[in-house]
Design a protein around this ligand. Structure first.
Ligand code: G3P
Ligand code: MG
Length: 230
């Protein structure tokens, strides 16, 4: 039972239980009652937005090679785990269907514009709201491109490290969230983010002990492969 205001974010769905970034994984995350689920997007050679974490298909499928060099039909022939296919962004949004918020992580270059177009379509045609979305990236250029296109959608600046001016980079980007890796989050970073009016979420937290540590720092959100453990 939840006893705090920390947002639980299913990482790549609920990838501790199901193959990451597959429809199975997103169904599991919803079943576990997450408030938000995160996933990663690239554009493939034929222009479709696909949900996969790595730039290559090697680790998570039975294929090899770069996502951006493969056509959609080539990608669809691959097994992403337990017979699952690499899903499109739209398939993922349709499965989630506003039962949880979505954190779309822009992994590949050139994702900002098609993601913005998809979000606009889901707002107009399927009743999704501004607050159903959080768009994030380690690539702050891609994130800025997205923010310039669709400034009303909340964005999160990702970082694995501790910049000298802590969350200043995220504030300058106009972000609502600064999301930092577990290994680098500190109380100073959390306090700085809050002083700038930003929320801060931490990835990836799978152990209850780690959750207690970052909870004591006052973080606002937690990404987990096992969202029910925290
Ligand atoms: O957005 C949090 C987290 O997903 C960032 O790292 O490598 O799992 O995409 P990664
Ligand atoms: Mg991610």
């Amino acid at each position: 039972m939840k006893k705090d205001n920390i947002i639980r974010i299913g990482h790549r769905g609920a990838c501790g239980y199901e193959p990451e970034n597959t429809l199975r994984s997103f169904r599991k995350a919803i079943e576990l009652g997450v408030e938000m689920t995160e996933f990663d997007v690239y554009v493939c050679a034929t222009g479709e937005l696909v949900v996969i974490h790595d730039d290559k298909v090697d680790r998570t499928t039975n294929g090899t090679g770069y996502v951006f060099k493969k056509t959609f039909s080539e990608l669809r022939q691959l097994d992403a785990g337990q017979g699952e296919k690499i899903p499109t962004l739209e398939e993922v949004l349709d499965v989630i269907n506003r039962k949880a918020k979505v954190n779309i992580e822009l992994k590949g270059v050139g994702t900002a514009k098609p993601v913005a177009e998809t979000i606009i379509r889901y707002q107009k045609e399927k009743g999704w709201l501004i607050d159903d979305f959080l768009v994030s990236s380690f690539n702050h250029h891609e994130l800025k491109a997205f923010h310039d296109l669709l400034p009303e959608i909340p964005i999160g600046a990702l970082i694995t490290g501790i910049p000298l001016n802590y969350a200043e980079f995220a504030e300058k980007l106009g972000a609502q969230f600064v999301n930092v890796s577990m290994e680098f989050v500190t109380r100073e970073f959390v306090d700085d983010a809050h002083q700038r009016g930003l929320k801060i979420a931490v990835f990836t937290v799978n152990e209850p002990d780690d959750f207690e540590l970052i909870k004591a720092m006052g973080v606002d959100g937690v990404f987990s492969n096992f969202p029910d453990r925290i």
